[in-house]
Ligand binder design. Structure first.
Ligand SMILES: Nc1ncnc2c1ncn2[C@@H]1O[C@H](COP(=O)(O)OP(=O)(O)OP(=O)(O)O)[C@@H](O)[C@H]1O
Ligand SMILES: [Mg+2]
Length: 578
């Protein structure tokens, strides 16, 4: 029965059946709550009840899995109280401990324990902890490098060490091999991925830098940097134009803006043209202004302009220090080195694997890859996945595959999920703005792909439901978060624009708390910057009191956060009712 608290969208997410569903919503919108309610209704459905062991429920942490199990147990106990003679409910409660409510790693580990005999794996295998695995990796790397040094035909390897080894030893190259190993491991076919990447350096005659598959990302990065250059210059112009400000600087700043503004949208511009444009940037000498000018404002404008100049210089030094034709030549000459690097990584991968096998160990990365070996038929190839007999069995077993925090999934994990689900039985909830596991190689593009592919009213691929209301925070917190994120979140910076669809909408109904200080008042924003914890006075408007929220309608240069200092606590504080 519908509890009256659920909104229509939430209820649709809870009850829509027989299609893939992606529930996208900001923090505190009730995604996890909806997922749990859906599970409970699936189990207690009077017409098409699903047994709890027919569900695969994937959470991101063990703590979240334990909490979810508890919530389901609570709901089942409550239902059993209402129907004390229901043998079905009693059975579900008894089976709950065996249900697959789990992190993906634990799910993979379970499969490994069940099907180790399909792999070349000792049945008594043990999962190495990260420190142990790291030491083993370093040992294998040392051995591998030692052997390469002693080889007769190691000319390319020696060149690789020269190019990437670092000044004193070869540790930088070792780090590179480890990073590539880790990164390739987040793909279902690591060797194939490495080979594919290597080939992007095989530039044939007649190809230009614009043909490189990764050049768009480089331009994207330049564009982002240029956006902040533009912001700095606009801020400087804002200060210069104030009463008492160095008005004569405005002319210089206008010239600066004319030169830099067209470079913000550089994604579609050819590399040659960009090279020429950046080489042509000239920073005119600031017009001298003395007399009535406020020294504080003058210094502030100069500081902002210098910061903008430094940023542009950094872009030039990073990307445009060589002519495009020289860069192209350099890239071509890199191809054999990159090939050697990939070969070194593959060899490392194989040796590390053997070493682990000899000790009866698996590491965290192995869990997913072994799991794939179990789930994929031997005839599978990159781009052509054929489910194994085990995968087909699991597809039959799971009535639904439900995933919380789907934005943090990576390509291997997605493949595992695909292999155990059917065409129309996945339920995923997430918020791409909360994707925090990039460092663990999460691929928010997987979430976004479905977000764009699934229709809001459903289509062959699936159905997308957006939840708009926030039930976790008070109005003041909701407003402040929207205010800040509207300024800083763009598609380039956070994968998605912070538009109306992405905004938090106050949905809770918290009672007023008499005499208790709540978050309804002025909101503090604590920015934690490890490098430079001190407030940058040049960027702080002086009308911005230490603890007051700037006027949301103010000009961009007025939008500095209320308080900047280094703290050890969380970035946002609000009252969490969840
Ligand atoms: N319709 C509703 N009415 C009242 N409270 C609700 C409603 N929906 C959800 N809640 C409550 O809002 C809080 C936040 O919900 P939940 O933790 O499920 O959000 P979430 O979207 O999963 O957040 P996050 O993105 O941080 O994981 C919970 O306390 C939940 O019980
Ligand atoms: Mg949640």
């Amino acid at each position: 029965m519908r509890d009256k608290k659920w909104t229509d969208e939430q209820w649709a997410a809870i009850t829509t059946r027989d299609t893939n569903l992606l529930v996208a919503a900001a923090a505190g919108a009730g995604k996890t709550a909806v997922l749990v309610e859906r599970i409970i209704l699936l189990i207690t459905d009077p017409v098409r009840p699903v047994d709890v062991d027919q569900l695969l429920i994937v959470t991101f942490t063990n703590a979240a899995a334990a909490e979810m199990r508890e919530r389901i147990a609570g709901a089942l106990s409550k239902a059993l109280k209402e129907n004390p003679h229901s043998r079905r409910l009693a059975k579900q409660l008894a089976m709950l401990n065996r249900a697959s409510i789990t992190t993906l790693h634990s799910f993979c580990l379970d499969l490994l324990r069940r099907y180790f005999y399909l792999l070349d794996l000792d049945p008594g295998f043990r999962v190495a902890d990260e420190v142990e695995a790291e030491l083993l990796r370093l040992e294998v790397l040392e051995e591998l490098f030692e052997e390469r040094y002693n080889r007769e035909d190691n000319e390319t390897f020696a060149r690789l060490v020269d190019a990437y080894g670092g000044q004193r030893d070869d540790s930088k190259l070792q780090d590179l091999v480890l990073a590539l190993y880790r990164f390739s491991g987040s793909h279902p076919w690591p060797r194939f991925w490495l080979a594919e990447m290597t080939e992007t350096f095989a530039l044939s005659e007649g190809q230009s830098l614009d043909d490189l598959p990764w050049i768009y990302q480089v331009k994207e990065e330049i564009s982002q940097e240029m956006q902040s250059v533009l912001r700095l210059l606009k801020q400087a112009a804002g200060w210069a134009g104030r009463p008492g400000g160095p008005e004569l600087y405005c002319k210089n700043l206008t010239e600066d803006l004319i030169q830099t503004e067209p470079l913000v949208d550089c994604r579609e511009v050819s590399w040659d043209k960009l090279y020429r444009s950046f080489a042509g940037i000239k920073w005119g000498k600031l017009s001298p202004c003395r007399g009535e000018v406020d020294e504080g404002l003058k210094n502030r404008v100069q500081a902002l302009r210098n910061k903008a100049k430094d940023k542009v210089n950094e872009i030039v030094n990073t990307y445009f220090c060589a002519k495009p034709e020289i860069l192209l030549q350099d890239l071509r000459s890199l191809h054999p080195l990159i090939k050697e690097l990939a070969a070194l990584t593959v060899e490392f991968m194989e040796r590390y694997q053997k070493k682990k096998q000899s000790k009866g160990l698996v590491d965290f990365g192995d869990l997913e890859h072994y799991c794939l070996s179990i789930l994929l038929d031997k005839a599978s190839k990159p781009g052509e996945m054929i489910p194994s007999a085990v995968a087909l069995e699991l597809k039959k077993q799971f009535a639904e595959v439900l995933v919380d925090e789907y934005q943090d999934i990576n390509a291997v994990q997605e493949t595992v999920l695909q292999l155990v689900s059917r065409e129309d039985n996945r339920f995923m909830v997430g918020d791409v703005k909360q994707s925090i596991y990039r460092f663990r190689l999460a691929e928010p593009g997987l979430f976004l792909g479905k977000y764009r592919q699934y229709g809001v009213t459903g289509n062959a691929a699936g159905c997308r439901i957006d939840l708009s209301k926030n039930f976790r925070s008070r109005l003041g917190v909701v407003n402040a978060v929207n205010f800040i994120f509207r300024q800083i979140m763009t598609r380039a910076a956070g994968e998605i624009d912070y538009d109306e669809a992405a905004e938090l909408r106050y949905g809770a109904d918290f009672p007023a708390l008499e005499g208790v200080i709540t978050a309804e008042g002025p909101v503090e924003l604590h920015l934690i910057d490890g490098k430079d914890a001190q407030p940058d006075q040049a960027e702080l408007p002086d009308n911005c009191e230490d603890n007051e929220m700037p006027d949301p309608d103010g000009e961009p240069e007025e939008l500095a956060p209320t308080r900047r200092r280094q703290i050890g606590g969380p970035a946002y504080s609000g009252d969490d009712q969840g």
